[in-house]
Every structure is written in structure tokens, then in C-alpha cells.
Design a protein around this ligand. Structure first.
Ligand code: PRP
Length: 179
């Protein structure tokens, strides 16, 4: 393993197995609903594509890029839309797909924003959740893994835009981000 990493937190095999389980649940829950899955760029891109390929039901996809602004540790942040959805979501069954919920700030604001567009339903699916870090309540409907408060990279997640293309999730060594 590269010296930038302390350990593999979630192996390729565990990711694949968990995605199969999540896809089976989504298949069962959305079989007749033609759901719209929204990929929140950039971190969720690999999870999103693997999850969507594992579904057996009809589904549509769209993409958003957002940036969350807060004031230090407060929860008064808001979401700035960098790239918006291509089409309206009114009346649609929508599933937001994220890589990681940390403080909850981004998803809380994003859910509030999307609810104003009158979807028939809105649920959240995340590969990873760090519940210890939560500052704002967010209802996570589908969660791959609850993880400890470690700096994780790989499988879409970055440090300074590096490591996103790694096929598994690693714990980044402190020496990388404290130097
Ligand atoms: C990450 C992640 C969530 C957000 C979670 O995105 O994908 O969108 O942070 O953090 P929060 O719960 O504290 O709001 P990031 O801003 O790193 O952008 P990226 O997906 O482009 O890497």
C-alpha cells in the first residue's frame, strides 16, 4: 500500500457487496416508480455509476454540483449551485446519491432546495456516513457504511483533488494533510 495511506477502510469487495444489497432494496422500493437518481458531483460519481448499473428497474439520471458555505462550525451555511439539474423534478420520485454525509450541512440545504421543486418523494442514499460529525439532522434512507471520523479518500473522495480514482476507500495518513 502507498505510504500516503494508513489502511484500506473499505475494500473493493465490500463496496461491491454492499452496492448489491442497496440496489436490491432500491429495486424493491422503486420498481414501478421510474425514479430519478441525482448524482452529486464530484465525490459520488463512482458510487453512482456502480449503484445505477446494479439496479434492474427502469431509472433516470441527472447530475448536480454544489458547494456548501458555512461560517466556521456553525450550521448557517447555504448551498451554492455550481451545476443545476437538466430538467424539472416536479412529481418525480427522486433519490439523491452522495458519497459521504459528514456534518449534514450540504445535504440538509440541498434537500430543502429540492423540496421547493415539488418532487413526489425525496430520499437520500449515501455510500458512507460519519454520524459522529453531524451538526445538522439529515434523514439517511439508504446507507452503505457508517464510518469513524477519519480522513477518507478513494472511490470518488479526494484530498486536494487527489486520490479520487482509487478503487477502494483508504484512510489518509495524517502526514499528508498535516504537513
Ligand atoms: C463532500 C460530500 C458531500 C459533503 C458532505 O463533498 O460529497 O457533498 O462534502 O459534507 P457535509 O455533510 O459536512 O456538508 P465535497 O464538498 O468534498 O465536494 P466533492 O464531492 O466535489 O469532493
Amino acid at each position: 500500500m502507498h505510504s500516503d495511506f494508513d489502511s484500506v477502510l473499505i475494500s473493493r469487495e465490500r463496496i461491491e457487496a454492499r452496492i448489491s444489497e442497496l440496489a436490491a432494496r432500491l429495486d424493491a422500493d422503486y420498481g414501478d416508480k421510474n425514479p430519478l437518481f441525482i448524482c452529486i458531483l464530484k465525490g459520488s460519481v463512482f458510487f453512482f455509476t456502480d449503484l445505477l448499473k446494479a439496479l434492474t428497474i427502469p431509472a433516470e439520471i441527472d447530475f448536480m454540483a454544489v458547494s456548501s458555505y458555512g461560517d466556521g462550525d456553525t450550521t448557517s451555511g447555504y448551498v451554492k449551485i455550481i451545476k443545476d439539474l437538466g430538467r424539472p423534478i416536479a412529481g418525480r420520485h427522486v433519490v439523491i446519491v452522495e458519497d459521504l454525509i459528514d456534518t449534514g450541512t450540504t445535504l440538509s440545504h440541498l434537500c430543502e432546495l429540492l423540496k421547493t421543486r415539488d418532487p413526489a418523494s425525496l430520499r437520500l442514499c449515501t455510500l458512507m456516513d460519519k454520524p459522529e460529525r453531524r451538526l445538522v439532522d439529515v434523514t439517511v434512507d439508504y446507507c452503505g457504511f457508517q464510518i469513524p471520523d477519519e480522513f477518507v479518500v478513494g472511490y470518488g473522495l479526494d484530498y486536494a483533488e487527489r486520490y479520487r480514482n482509487l478503487p477502494e476507500v483508504y484512510i489518509l495518513s495524517r502526514k499528508v494533510y498535516e504537513k
